[in-house]
Design a protein around this ligand. Structure first.
Ligand code: PMP
Length: 284
């Protein structure tokens, strides 16, 4: 596999980043994941826009132009023969000198890394037919979840807790309300209305969320952006999550309680179909 490091395209075992890089010692960096379907980048513009927002929030320089990011994504997809899969993009603050809590000098060049992962048949994930089981757990992340940083230890622990309980993911809960999944936005459907937490610094502003809510409104579905409790979710007709890598994924149980009749619901199924169709059409 060819990977990208600071302008170079290298075999993965020859790519190097300094051990002093603040991404490595301080999780001082941001990232994006863009899905590839049929060789096309899905929602790439949205991911690029959010990358720039994350960089700005951390007062980090944006080292590349939009065209540079797009060209690098396309080159990696082509060189690595990715039909279905993803491109991972990470920008860290770099660091030319000693470890220090204070930022390095203004002219420090950030470290940019990109790589691809192949996921054959990504859009036909069989899990979308049966749905995910989720557990709930207290949301112990920091308070700026709207910045897509590489500090993913808590979501990783929550994912492991879910796996140890035989579930597929965890929904994170703060003050009794669901914030989001470990790596996805959370939704319920009640009486035909799609309910998902409003945007704030409490959650990541999902690119898939934005697209799915737009498609839902265009299809005359009712959308309410507000928080909901675990109990309300367990009594909902349907539940689902969205993310760049899972698209729209139905959720069929929460903490062991079946949602609706415990099978994939019509709203989640329809939104998944619409999202896949429209986002592939708009792919670049
Ligand atoms: N919330 C969190 C915490 C995430 O990590 C992700 C995926 N990166 C999402 C939501 C979904 O965002 P997107 O649709 O842009 O992948």
């Amino acid at each position: 596999r060819t990977v990208y490091v600071n302008g170079d395209y290298l075999p993965e075992d020859q790519a190097k980043v300094s051990v002093f890089d603040r991404g490595f010692v301080m999780a001082d960096g941001v990232y994006e994941v863009t899905s590839v379907l049929g060789g096309k980048l899905i929602d790439f513009g949205g991911h690029l826009a959010r990358l720039k927002r994350s960089l700005e929030a951390l007062q980090m320089r944006n080292p590349l132009s939009d065209d540079d990011y797009l060209a690098a994504h396309r080159r990696l997809v082509a060189e690595n023969g990715v039909t279905d899969g993803m491109v991972y993009l990470q920008v860290t603050r770099g660091n030319p000198g000693d470890r220090d809590f204070a930022f390095p000098p203004e002219d420090t060049v950030p470290t940019v890394v990109m790589f691809t992962q192949n996921k054959p048949g990504l859009a036909d994930n069989p899990a979308a037919k049966t749905g995910w089981k989720v557990i709930t757990t207290e949301d112990l992340r920091w308070a700026r979840r709207d910045i897509k940083t590489v500090q993913l230890l808590f979501p990783s622990l929550a994912k492991m807790e879910a796996k140890s309980k035989g579930a597929d993911d965890a929904w994170l809960v703060e003050e009794g309300k669901v914030t989001e999944g470990t790596s996805n936005n959370a939704y319920i459907v009640k009486g035909g209305t799609i309910i998902t937490r409003e945007l704030s610094s409490d959650i990541l502003h999902g690119i898939t969320r934005a697209a799915v809510l737009r498609f839902a409104r265009e299809a005359q579905m009712k959308v309410e952006e507000r928080s909901f409790t675990v109990a309300e979710a367990q009594e909902a007709d349907e539940a689902f999550i969205t993310s760049a890598s899972a698209f729209v994924m139905p959720v069929v149980s929460i903490d062991g309680a079946a949602i609706g009749d415990g099978t994939v619901g019509p709203v989640a199924r329809r939104l998944r179909e619409i999202y896949l169709e429209e986002s592939v059409k708009a792919g670049v």
